[in-house]
Structures are given as structure tokens and as C-alpha cells.
Design a protein around this ligand. Structure first.
Ligand SMILES: Cc1ncc(COP(=O)(O)O)c(C=O)c1O
Length: 355
């Protein structure tokens, strides 16, 4: 008799699920994926499409998107052999985890954090060592350092600012961890443009075990283009590059990135707007007694309400889509929503007041 189909598959599949976005991806007021509310202006889209039209569509792009990598390396002021571009930072996460993890390896993940980390680690049959956040959802740096050493972990992933808590490690704390541990440390800076903290990029020269991850999906407003980057010491980068899917980034993504970097004032303006709106939302939430808003260092906010499930549904019925993050440890009855346009934020606040 033939075996059950599941017995033929990677046994790790039994411990993970498919990635889901509860409530879907469409709404009148869409605040559930930490995107930018600003699309690129039409004049810039036209310029990008004009350049894309002249490309040879029948030819493979470069094995790695060197044009995009050169543009971003020069934007950051780092050597080109210290960066790699991917099809969204999610793809880069798979690549980095493949390079660092496998059966018998240990990955330390502070929890709650971005759900994909644990999923990829489990898929690769690595052992996941979780370190809980403190009571107020802040990172527990001492516990990270202590656990990394007592559990002899090989790999640590730190999302800072962290999704879904919204809180950051300070630059000093990141360095304290790097100094203390004997592991590859991946610092995911998906939300760094909104943060009061400095980037960890300057630490790469001193710590050959550090990888910094960036995405163009948040402040750069290019979620639909799928662009991410990793930056590390060139020797580590040469290793990370080995499992990378060849030809994974298309020509359009590269052209778009080059043009957005050339017009970075658009990003700065958007970030200023979002931080201004964030302050307004926080101040309006502070006078609603039934809502506790956590501190945030990102383009999204976390609130605790009496009943997150019912609040989520009522908001959805009113056309406002947020994320119910109650399923994460220590985040019972919490909702997450990103800052939108002023009028979208008004709609959200109005509904929250009713609820
Ligand atoms: C912390 C963090 N890292 C990575 C990503 C993935 O971003 P992308 O694949 O769009 O670059 C996200 C998306 O929400 C995120 O929150």
C-alpha cells in the first residue's frame, strides 16, 4: 500500500500553516499591512514605465539585480559587494535562513515577532528558542543574551523596530547583543525610516556576524514591486548569496528602485506626514478610556481593547480593515493598524470612539 501523501512531504509542514491575512486585502480604509498610504506620483510611474518599455523582455535579467544593488549601495554609502537585492525582504529571509539554519541548528527569536521567522526556521527543521518580551512588550535584552549563550544558539533574528509590537532596541542594545553572542545576528530594519533609533549599518564593519535587512515595502511605498535588501560584511555576503534564487528580481523592480532613490524627497515627505499623523492618532486615542495605546516607533500602532475580535469585525463592517494581533503571545485583545491618510485616520478614530 502506498503511504499517505503527507508522509511523503517535509515533516515540518505539519507544524506550519500557509501565510494568511485575516480579513483579506481589500477595504475602503486599508490599514492592515503596514503599507504606505501614498502611491508613486503618476509622472514618476510614467518615467519608470518608459524606461521599462525599452528593456529586452525576452532576455533574462542579471543573475542578481546588479543595477539595483549598485544604486542602493551608493545610496547607503557602502561597498556594492556588501549588499544583495531580493524579491521583497521575505525572499531574503528565506535565503538568509537557508544559509544559516538546518536540522540541529538553533534559532533565537524574541516573541512576539514577525511570524515568518519562526515559520521558515521550522520548515528548515531548526530548533526555535523563543525569548518573551517584557510585560510592556519591550525587548528583554538581558534574556536574549543569557539565552543565546545558555542555549548555544547559532542564529538570532531581531526585528527592530519590531512587528507586531512597534517597539525598538536602541543602537547600544543591538551592539551589546552583537558583542556578547557567538551567533549570526540578523537585524530586520523593515521600519527603520520611522524610528527614533539609529540604523545598525555602521556596526557591520566591526561585527562580521551581523546582517541588516531592509524592505522597500514600507516607507518607500513599493510593497507591490517586491524589493528587499540584505547588507553585511562582504565575506558573509558571499556565503549568503549561495542559496539565493537566481533571476528572482525583475527588471521593473530595479528600474523602479533607481528612480525612487533618485527622488528620495518623496519618501522623506511621506515619512514626515506619517509621523505627524501618528502623533495626532496617539493624542486622540489617549482620551478614549477604553483603549490602551502602546508606544510605537513605526508607521503602525498597537491598541488594547476590551474585545479585539468584536472590535475587528465592527471596524470591518464599517469599511476599516485593521489586523487582529490577539493571537500573538502577550498581545491578548490587541489590534494593529498602520497610519493612513488623514481622512482614513479620521474614519478609524470615529469608529474606535463608537466601539
Ligand atoms: C518585520 C518585517 N520584516 C519583513 C517584512 C516583509 O516585507 P517585504 O517582503 O514586503 O519586503 C515585513 C512585512 O510586513 C515585516 O513586518
Amino acid at each position: 500500500m502506498k503511504r499517505d501523501i503527507r508522509a511523503l512531504l517535509n515533516p515540518a509542514l505539519q507544524h506550519i500553516g500557509a501565510y494568511k491575512v485575516e480579513g483579506g486585502q481589500e477595504a475602503e480604509v486599508k490599514l492592515n499591512q503596514n503599507e504606505s498610504p501614498f502611491d508613486l506620483p503618476l509622472w514618476l510611474k510614467e518615467k519608470i514605465l518608459g524606461e521599462f518599455r525599452d528593456e529586452p523582455w525576452n532576455r533574462y535579467p542579471d543573475i542578481l539585480p546588479y543595477r539595483g544593488m549598485e544604486a542602493y549601495a551608493s545610496f547607503l554609502g557602502v561597498p556594492v559587494d556588501s549588499v544583495i537585492m531580493s524579491n521583497g525582504s521575505n525572499e531574503m529571509l528565506y535565503t538568509i535562513f537557508l544559509a544559516c539554519l538546518g536540522a540541529g541548528r538553533r534559532a533565537l527569536i524574541p516573541q512576539p515577532s514577525f511570524s515568518l521567522y519562526e515559520k521558515i526556521a521550522l520548515l528548515l527543521q531548526a530548533e526555535v528558542v523563543s525569548v518573551p518580551m517584557r510585560q510592556g512588550l519591550e525587548f528583554d535584552v538581558d534574556a536574549v543574551i543569557e539565552t543565546a549563550s545558555s542555549q548555544r544558539v547559532d542564529f538570532i533574528v531581531l526585528s527592530t523596530p519590531n512587528n507586531p509590537t512597534g517597539m525598538s532596541l536602541s543602537h547600544e542594545e543591538v551592539e551589546r547583543i552583537l558583542e556578547a553572542v557567538d551567533a549570526i545576528v540578523l537585524v530586520d530594519e523593515a521600519y527603520i525610516e520611522f524610528s527614533k533609533e539609529r540604523t545598525a549599518l555602521d556596526l557591520i564593519g566591526r561585527y562580521p556576524n551581523l546582517i541588516v535587512l531592509r524592505t522597500m515595502s514600507k516607507a518607500l511605498a513599493l510593497a507591490g514591486m517586491r524589493i528587499g535588501f540584505a547588507i553585511s560584511d562582504p565575506r558573509l555576503m558571499a556565503e549568503i548569496t549561495k542559496p539565493k534564487i537566481p533571476f528572482a528580481s525583475g527588471r521593473l523592480a530595479e528600474i523602479t528602485l533607481v528612480n525612487v532613490l533618485e527622488n528620495y524627497s518623496l519618501v522623506n515627505e511621506a515619512v514626515r506626514y506619517i509621523l505627524g499623523q501618528r502623533a495626532r492618532i496617539q493624542s486622540e486615542l489617549s482620551v478614549i478610556p477604553a483603549i490602551h495605546a502602546f508606544e510605537t516607533d513605526t508607521n503602525f500602532l498597537i491598541i488594547r481593547v476590551a474585545d479585539a475580535g468584536s472590535a475587528f469585525s465592527r471596524l470591518k463592517e464599517a469599511g476599516v480593515l485593521v489586523r487582529n494581533v490577539s493571537g500573538y503571545p502577550q498581545m491578548e485583545n490587541c489590534l494593529r493598524f498602520n497610519v493612513g491618510l488623514s481622512e482614513e485616520n479620521d474614519r478609524l478614530l470615529e469608529q474606535l470612539k463608537h466601539i
